[in-house]
Write a protein that binds this ligand. Structure first.
Ligand SMILES: O=C(O)CCC(=O)C(=O)O
Length: 212
């Protein structure tokens, strides 16, 4: 019999992060280590990976990671001057989407995949607050592979918190989190393995971003 990739009956208790003005829950072991490894391997071969170039202070630079954007055909997303047209759902991504919709009691119509190849790949501090994500977006973030610290910084007080996102974990950000916090993944000089992160989102295609 095929093992059930989404049997998360052995998941550890969720942890609500004690952050003012935010609603962030961490689910360690949301997928078992074996499930997460199988899914990671499938996604490595299956997704539309590419390295985008963005303009920073008028200079073109390659972003320090590979990315893929998949989702419903109308889920167009824009950030940092990049306008992304979704590639179609793969079976793996859409099975995960179903499980996440149940877990979060929320709908998702797209997913941004990031592949951090080594410690020099990173994600700068930012908020997922583009207008097309809506006022209080639910962002479901699944980690596959190398654990990396996820930094959250309050936009006003500048106070920082860290949560180590482990293989098979799920982090859910909702409510006013994007309004009050930035988040990111820092570079490290340590020799580390690669990591794939998936952030499931809902794009309101009738709302246009200023970045487009
Ligand atoms: O890799 C991560 O955990 C962060 C991803 C992220 O910040 C994003 O997709 O907006």
């Amino acid at each position: 019999m095929q093992p059930d990739l989404f049997d998360n009956s052995s998941a550890v208790q969720p942890q609500i992060l004690p952050l003012p003005d935010a609603d962030v829950t961490y689910y360690p072991g949301w997928l078992s280590a074996d499930q997460a490894s199988v899914i990671k391997q499938q996604l490595e071969g299956e997704l539309d990976w590419h390295q985008d170039t963005i303009k920073i202070y008028g200079k073109l630079v390659k972003i320090p990671r590979l990315q893929a954007w998949h989702g419903d055909p109308d889920a167009q997303y824009s950030y940092s001057g990049l306008s992304m047209t979704p590639a179609p759902w793969t079976t793996t991504l859409s099975d995960l989407r179903q499980q996440l919709a149940k877990q979060c009691q929320a709908a998702f119509n797209s997913v941004l995949a990031n592949w951090y190849r080594h410690g020099q790949d990173s994600m700068g501090m930012h908020a997922d607050d583009e207008p097309e994500l809506g006022k209080h977006p639910v962002i479901a973030s699944v980690t596959l592979g190398q654990a990396r610290p996820f930094v959250l910084m309050h936009k006003q007080s500048k106070s920082k918190s860290k949560v180590m996102l482990e293989h098979g974990s799920l982090l859910v950000m909702k409510g006013t989190t994007q309004q009050f916090y930035q988040h990111g993944i820092a570079k490290t000089a340590r020799q580390i393995d690669d990591r794939i992160n998936l952030t499931y989102r809902y794009i309101h295609s009738s709302i246009k971003s200023n970045n487009a």
